[in-house]
Design a protein around this ligand. Structure first.
Ligand code: GN1
Ligand code: MG
Length: 356
């Protein structure tokens, strides 16, 4: 994407700013994301939504804009500066939509960049884990009275374990002999965990745990912090949909408690940090405990294992499919990500007695 092209997309949106330069932010695996630096602040985030992954982009945009407006209203008592840092603000196009569709059929959206914020791929102190828990818990609180019936299911069965197993089994049928061989040990591991990994889904389907509006992508790099490690705001609300509390709790733990990045290849560095688990859980429960049932709370440790596993099976499936879903930097990238997640499960299980 050339500078001129990006500038053109940016200028389809209603703002009084002048494009100065941009930086690509490369941490996401699906969309293309750019920080647009302007002559005068605010800066903006310009994002191309991957419409091969997200089949209904207008629905996705309407979800996230609706949820942001809802949160904005609920936080309107905050001082303007604080409010600007606490919720994403989407920018309309000059035509009055929240997305711009270009001549190639790509969809773009713009958000105001939240100043003085930092993100983490790896957590190195307890405070961030605790604050991360408060942020994710608060997101559930703030959206608890959002009318879920207006939400589009942007990726049907996104965290549905049976669906992920079905995709895995389909991938086994089409995978190359080499990839099947390379992944053999991990394919076997998927199968041994099958029953346990369906427990949360079964509870959901039997109605024993309730559906609520969930973020569904609560990895720690989707949380913004200020320079003093205080939580500011959850970002990347592309996958906001009805779900269960376990999705948001578990996916955050998957990244917060991993002592290494999710694609670290030296597995000795991949260890589950129980102290961060406790800190995150404390922050999370401080915000949502009163809304949760005893069964939901009791099954949170299983949520962590389940969400680590669901990413393992998804990375492995994509490796078997020949890397058609996630962005990769080298041919074994998806397999390495899967190995990393399995090592994290092992490390978590080894410490399970203390992980409550
Ligand atoms: C993807 O693109 P990004 O980084 O927001 C994925 C998540 C995974 C995550 C793993 C729509 O998120 O489910 O947890 O990678 N999003 C989608 O890092 O599949
Ligand atoms: Mg995402």
């Amino acid at each position: 994407m050339t500078q001129e092209q990006l500038k053109y997309k940016f200028n389809q949106f209603k703002h009084a700013s002048v494009y100065k330069s941009h930086k690509e932010l490369i941490s996401g695996h699906i969309n293309d994301t750019y920080l647009i630096e302007t002559e005068e602040e605010p800066y903006y985030i310009l994002q191309r939504i991957n419409h091969l992954v997200f089949k209904d982009v207008p629905g996705l945009i309407s979800n996230k804009v609706g949820v942001s407006k809802h949160i904005h209203k609920k936080l309107s008592h905050l001082a303007q500066d604080k409010l600007n840092q606490s919720v994403l603000m989407f920018v309309e196009t000059k035509k009055g939509d929240y997305y711009y569709k270009d001549e190639d059929g790509s969809y773009w959206n713009v958000m105001v960049y939240i100043n003085d914020s930092v993100t983490y791929d790896i957590v190195t102190n307890k405070e961030v884990a605790y604050e991360g828990g408060k942020l994710a818990g608060d997101f559930l609180n703030l959206t608890s009275d959002f009318d879920a019936s207006v939400l589009t299911e942007v990726i049907p069965k996104f965290h549905d374990m049976s669906f992920r197993f079905w995709q895995f089994e389909e991938a086994l049928k089409v995978a190359s002999k080499e990839r099947l061989e390379e992944a053999k040990e991990y394919i076997d591991r998927v199968n041994t965990l099958k029953e346990e990994m369906h427990i949360i889904q079964n509870l959901k389907e039997s109605g024993k745990i309730k559906l609520r509006v969930t973020h569904n992508d609560t990895k720690i790099s989707n949380a913004l912090f200020d320079k003093n490690n205080k939580g500011l705001c959850m970002i990347d609300t592309d996958t906001v949909m009805p779900g269960v509390v376990h999705y948001d709790f578990g996916d955050a733990i998957r990244t917060i408690c991993n002592s290494a990045a999710e694609d670290e290849t030296n597995l000795d560095l991949v260890n589950f940090n129980v102290e961060y688990y406790k800190a995150y859980k404390k922050g999370f429960l401080e915000k949502v405990e009163s809304a949760l049932s005893p069964l939901e709370i009791e099954t949170l440790p299983l949520a962590a294992k389940t969400m680590i596993f669901i990413m393992a099976i998804r990375f492995l499936t994509d490796f078997l499919n020949g890397d058609v879903y996630y962005k990769i930097k080298y041919p074994e990238h998806n397999l390495d990500r899967a190995k990393n997640q399995f090592k994290l499960i092992d490390s978590m299980v080894a410490q399970m007695e203390v992980a409550h």
